[in-house]
Structures are given as structure tokens and as C-alpha cells.
Design a protein around this ligand. Sequence first.
Ligand code: GLN
Length: 307
Amino acid sequence: MLMDKYKKIISRIYDSVSAIPPRGKIADYIPALAQVAPGSYGIAIALPDGRTDGVGHWHTKFSIQSISKVFTLAMVMRHMGSSLWQYVGREPSGSPFNSLVQLEHEHGIPRNPFINAGALVVTDRLIGLYDRPKEAILSFVRSVAGSDDIYFDKTVARSEYEHASRNLALAHFMKSFGNINGSVDTLIDVYCNQCSIAMSCEELARSFLFLTDRGINPFDGERILSVSRAKRLSALMLTCGFYDESGDFAFRVGLPGKSGVGGGIVAFIPGRLSIAVWSPELNEYGNSVRGIDTLERFTTDLGISIF
Ligand code: GLN
């Protein structure tokens, strides 16, 4: 019943958005990302019981990029209590995702865990927690997505690793402030791999159901995060999930969400549904133009957001 209603809304949105030629630019600063088919567009919805439906290219896998930052943060939050927040802040940055400038003023403590610097700190702590961090990340994502068919895209990982000067600079700079514990090379390798994970809209929508349900993985009933930590992670998505466009996303869409430069966006309505959109053309902030447009239309047509 409910799914029929959601499906009608996303089908209508898909038709009207598809009729407008996509604006924006496919990311090419990681060369392998530029290989994606222009005009790709998919939407998937997942309900708390795990059922899914979608339109367009909702089964096509794409590079999740920065959406992976939510998974790694969840993994680290499971193990580290409030001490994590000494090393990474929780304020919107108001600057681009890969900016270096703020870090100098703020003594190597990144503003939040979703800009690259913050995500690097989180992944550095994750490497300290797991013997085989890449395997641990993959197995976490598979468990929350309820699917084993999720892998690193080695071509994308290699391409990013070969063009990682900016992330290397961020990591070395933070290490000089004592805010990176392990080897920078290992860190960048793990980070490039986590960003390269390939997932479809359907898999992404499913993998955020644990946040939709306040920390419980619907696929095996396991509690991933306490209610309080799930609240904190969701609040960070609302305030920091879209870099220096986070305020505008909250204003237009009214949901916690996270974007990646592969063109994916995932968002959720607590207790009701999780939704993923993929369209690779990005705006100047590195967020999918059609993705934001779709989600704005969705909460407007549905008349439901978190507000
Ligand atoms: N892997 C990308 C990078 O580090 C992720 C950026 C993003 O998706 N915003 O540049």
C-alpha cells in the first residue's frame, strides 16, 4: 500500500526530471569516475521491513565515494565513545569537501567527520581498531545492506590513489598536528578503497535502514548503534552531509542525507523509509544536481520530512 504510494510519487518525479537535460558536470578529478554514462538516473526506496522498489537505473552499481564516510563513522562510533570528538568536530564546515585552509587555524582538528579531513581521521581510527580494515569495511557494508554482492571497484580505487595528492596533503598536515596515528600511505589506501565501493540505489537505500530504525539492522536484528549514537550520526548527516551546501539541502529537502562525487545521494525519513538517488552530474559543491532536485520534489509531494 505505502510502497505503491511512494512508487507513484517517484515515478512522476522521474518522468518530469528526466524530461530536463541534466545540468552539472561529471567528476573527473578522479579519472575513473569520468567513465560513467552521462544522463544515468535512478531512484530507489527501501521500507523498514527491507522491501524495495525503484525507477530508472536503480539496479546499476556506481561509486558511492563520500557516502562511505557514514559507514566508517558508524563503525568507529560503535567502539569509541565521546573521546572521538576530541579529534574531529561536529560543526558544518562552510568550505569545500577537500579544503585545507580551515585545518591550519583549527590546529589539525577537522570541522566534522564528513569533509575529507574528518573522514581521514575516522578511517585512521578505524585502522587502529581492526586487523584487516578493508575487509571489515566491506563486511560491515554487506551486513547493513543485507547483501554479499558488494565489492570495491579496484579501477576506481587505483585511479583515486594515483590522484590523491590533496588527500595525502590533508593527512600529512593533520599528522604534523598529531591527529593521525598510523601510516599515511595505509590510510590513503584504505580511504581510496572505501570510496570506491560500488553499490546500486537499491543497495544504498537498504543499507541506511539501520539509521531509519534508530540503530537496528533490519536484516539480522543486530543493534549497530545505540539510540543515542544513531541520533548523533543522523544529526551530523543533516548538518554536514552536503559540505558547504548542507544548509541549503536541509532547507530544500528537510532530511538527513549524504552525497558522494559519484553522483549518489541517500537520505531517510526516520521510522518510514530510506531513499537513494543516483545521477552523476554534479553542481559546484560536488553534489548531484538531479539528486537534490529529486529529493526536494519527493518531500514536497509527500508532504513529509523530519519537520
Ligand atoms: N573520494 C573522494 C575524495 O576524497 C570523495 C569526495 C566526495 O565524494 N565528496 O575526493
